[in-house]
Design a protein around this ligand. Structure first.
Ligand SMILES: [Mn+2]
Length: 340
């Protein structure tokens, strides 16, 4: 997906009282209208958002909706737009979820839900502005399944973190950046770093970090991490990572959790050296990158069955349960060589 092209801003709607549902619904439909959704698609979207919000309100827990515009490039050269909604329930679990799934499935183009006893359910749905035509095929990077949460510190309008991704025929590369401090200055540093991938996405990871350093000289600076893994399906491959500053990267599988190291320094200011590390990555493993807005001691084994769901649900749960709450936060999760 060429999401670098689109201003990737995720919106967050807290759903704690009845009036929040209408506000979220209107605002999300406005976003979709701007992306060229038909009246029929808007109607479905409104029903889906209302259904999710009603469910969050009924569970009497803290609930929120995270909304992100999607852009998917199709061969030959066509583009379609979508809206992704993550519905995040912090409650102890809700029994009526399953009963409503068939209805939600009918209204949405993509739907995935994770529920487990004792855990609040998380749900992801996507609606597109048009269906795929038979002659269209997804470009390479659309073959990589990933999800992301990128939100500003509460009270700020822009996130001091940013991310971007790039794919060629062989590899998928993702960059996340955490600008120093918060607000517009941090946002500028982080987004400048994210733009680097567009120009040099296939370059060696060390040179991407070096390029970011030059580009960020006139900014407050940022922590930057870049990871790369092969797109083609293999039993096992390597995930490569190069990072400067407090950006965490790891490869999570049921039996192992391997961390990739990042060196000290600030991109745009100073660092001693950048070094690429790599760890093996089995088929189906999760590649997780996050800013220090998330604590580093998360544990996915607490969540039965979650790791096989859409990576956006994994990112949503990590955000819900491990965000520090006093910083911008970015969590990127991709699945290595999924069968799609
Ligand atoms: Mn931070």
């Amino acid at each position: 997906m060429s999401e670098v092209e689109l201003v990737v801003v995720q919106q967050r709607y807290e759903i704690t009282e009845a009036t929040h549902s209408g506000v979220a619904c209107r605002s999300i439909c406005n976003l979709a209208r701007g992306l060229g959704f038909s009246e029929t698609a808007l109607e479905k979207l409104a029903r889906l958002v209302t259904e999710c919000a009603t469910h969050l309100l009924r569970s009497e827990a803290h609930g929120e909706l995270l909304v992100r515009p999607l852009a998917e490039t199709k061969v030959p050269g066509a583009l379609r737009y979508g809206v992704e909604v993550l519905s995040i329930n912090s409650g102890p679990g809700a029994a009526d979820m399953q009963a409503r799934l068939s209805q939600l499935k009918r209204w949405s183009d993509e739907l995935d839900v994770w529920t487990a006893p004792g855990h609040g359910p998380v749900l992801r749905f996507v609606l597109w502005n048009r269906p795929t035509r038979p002659e269209e095929a997804p470009v390479t990077d659309a073959r990589v399944l990933y999800g992301v949460v990128n939100l500003p510190l509460r009270g700020e309008f822009v996130s001091g973190d940013a991310w971007s991704c790039h794919a060629d025929d062989d590899n998928f590369t993702v960059l996340i950046a955490d600008g120093l401090g918060h607000g517009p200055m941090a946002n500028r540093a982080a987004t400048e770093a994210a733009k680097i991938l567009k120009a040099s996405g296939a370059a060696p990871l060390e040179s991407i970090v070096d390029c970011a350093h030059h580009a960020l000289r006139s900014t407050v600076g940022a922590a930057v991490g870049v990871a790369r893994f092969p797109i083609c399906e293999r039993e096992e491959s390597q995930v490569k990572f190069a990072g400067i500053g407090n950006v965490a990267a790891s490869v999570w599988a049921e039996m192992s959790h391997k961390h990739l190291a990042s060196h000290d320094g600030v991109i745009g200011q100073a660092y001693r050296r950048v070094q690429q590390f790599q760890v093996p990555c089995a088929k189906g493993a999760l590649i997780v990158l996050h800013s220090d807005g998330l604590v580093s001691r998360w544990d996915l084994s607490r969540y039965p069955g979650l790791a096989v769901h859409h990576p956006a649900l994994v990112a949503a749960v990590l955000y819900r349960d491990y965000a520090r709450g006093h910083d911008d936060v970015t969590v990127f999760v991709a699945r290595a060589h999924p069968v799609r």
